[in-house]
Design a protein around this ligand. Structure first.
Ligand code: FE2
Length: 368
């Protein structure tokens, strides 16, 4: 490669470290509609951890649990609870990408590694990101297996034919990181300088504040917009902000939410609700002001109100979004469902209504 730029194709997969991968796989399958496609563990001669690969549309989640306390990452479970451990990027050349990133200041976790089995060659390397989160560089161009060496296709008899409502999730739209107060610019700089991301819109705490909480957020992107990472840091409010709450319970910086794209959010949210996914609700008054705020949209406002779907508009179009409640006991990781109709932004106009909804939940938890 003659170019000096680091080029990331797209997000290859997101790896979650969880207490019980077998049960988490059941949750992501039956609630979110993922297919469980591959498994690693004792039966595939992997001695230290169990892994499940879940796929839907262009989304790949990998769920990993340690099998013994001696697992090198076992401490993550008491420190962080379940959460995102690694966001892996697909690259043309693992070694070049890794070396360039380290030259520019990335901290290496695992140097370029080549794994081989009967399905071919899988290459990866890993660097540190915010908190205990890492980024892997992956190349699977010469790999034909279900995921990576160690993983076998799932035994189809292990799962009954689908018993859930299909949700139509298509892709990862963006992944948001919460970092400690005063660290946002450092991490924006890391993505720009080390990984060649460009910075998009930014807004300050005046844009995103409620009576109690405030945050600052900047967005970086790569892969011609295929990879979008908003980075949040808490700003001073009257009481504990939701970003501080996250950091307290996660035990540091980490992934706050993953936004999953659909092209029919009404259908997707109906299915998710039938599968028992719980969403944040905004006050009914939100919908009284909606037509004036966003102008004409194709969707029926009554239906949006019934499901609690939010709408925002910018000069390129509009977008519809909704946020789930946290998906583990700690108030940490949650998901967003998003449908873009031209808009490429992140729902700034909804932040206030949304934060007030999150604060109602915080107040129920006694953490406001
Ligand atoms: Fe988001």
């Amino acid at each position: 490669m003659a170019t000096d730029e680091i080029s990331l194709r797209k997000i290859d997969h997101v790896r979650f470290f969880v207490g019980n991968a077998r049960q988490s796989a059941y949750f992501y399958r039956n609630a979110y509609g993922f297919d469980v496609v591959a498994y690693a563990g004792l039966e595939t001669k992997v001695k230290h951890e169990a892994g499940y690969v879940l796929q839907q549309g262009g989304i790949t989640f990998v769920l990993i649990s340690p099998l013994q306390a001696s697992h090198p990452d076992a401490h993550r479970l008491s420190l962080h609870g379940d959460g995102v451990a690694d966001i892996a990027f697909q690259v043309d050349d693992v070694r070049t990408t890794y070396n360039k990133s380290v030259e520019r200041g990335a901290v290496g976790v695992k140097g370029p590694t080549r794994l081989e089995d009967e399905w071919g060659v899988y290459e990866f390397a890993t660097i540190r990101a915010y908190g205990d989160t890492t980024h892997s560089f992956v190349n699977r161009d010469q790999y034909r297996g279900p995921f990576a060496p160690g993983f076998n296709p799932i035994d189809p008899s292990r799962y009954n034919p689908a018993t859930y409502h299909p949700t139509g999730l298509l892709a990862i739209d963006h992944i948001v990181g919460n970092v400690e107060e005063g660290k946002m610019n450092e991490w924006v700089d890391f993505y720009r300088r080390v990984l060649g991301f460009e910075q998009l819109v930014s807004f300050d705490d005046k844009d995103i504040s409620t009576e109690y909480s405030a945050l600052m957020s900047k967005v970086v992107q790569s892969g011609r917009g295929k990879i979008k990472f908003p980075i949040n840091e808490p700003a001073r409010g009257r009481r504990r902000s939701q970003i501080e709450e996250y950091i307290d319970f996660y035990g540091g910086a980490g992934v706050q939410h993953i936004a999953l794209a659909t092209n029919d959010i009404l259908k997707t949210v109906r299915a998710l609700r039938q599968n028992d996914v719980s969403f944040l609700r905004v006050p009914r008054t939100y919908y009284d002001l909606l037509p004036e705020r966003v102008g004409p949209i194709a969707e029926n406002i009554e239906e949006l109100a019934e499901l609690g779907i939010l709408v925002d508009r910018d000069d390129e179009g509009y977008m519809l979004q909704i946020f789930t409640k946290p998906v583990q006991d700690r108030p940490t990781l949650f998901f967003e469902i998003i449908q873009r109709e031209g808009s490429r932004s992140f729902g700034k106009g909804n932040f206030k209504a949304l934060f007030e909804a999150i604060e109602r939940e915080q107040s129920l938890r006694g953490t406001l």
